[in-house]
Design a binder for this molecule. Sequence first.
Ligand code: IDP
Ligand code: MG
Length: 150
Amino acid sequence: MERSLVLIKPDGVQRGLIGKVIARLERRGLRLVGAKFMQVGKALAEEHYAIHKGKPFYEGLIAYITSAPVMAMAWEGPSAVAAIRQTMGATRPLEAAPGTIRHDFALEVGRNITHASDSPENGKQEIALWFKQEELTSWSRDVDRWIFEK
Ligand code: IDP
Ligand code: MG
């Protein structure tokens, strides 16, 4: 089953949106496999956002993600990466489709509430970066057969 890292960033936590974000992912049919509420240190932030090092917004991005606690989660499902990014909406809230989290709760790209992995490979890598193996729980739900075709 495909997995994605999801972060509710400091703005989402401060604004009391943890429950709303989780509710949308649950409602979609995705399955939670790990979750922890944590303060992000500079080292983890820099490794997580290494691909953006050198970009004009990089320093601000590291300051943003380390500024207050985040809710880090691993979610799974068929095509979980694409499904979750669709539920989050485009990176820039003004380009996000109505009904998406970034459209419905945000205005600015530097305060866009969530992070989600952008490929199945990055999903695996990011979950390995943020979670120890024993922090992830594989399980099944009675309702799975009504959500997952196979
Ligand atoms: P994503 O979060 O939708 O995958 P990325 O392009 O990977 O978007 O960028 C990572 C994060 O960096 C964004 O979610 C956003 O918080 C921040 N970011 C991206 N572009 C800008 C920008 O132009 N100004 C400020 N922050 C930005
Ligand atoms: Mg990204």
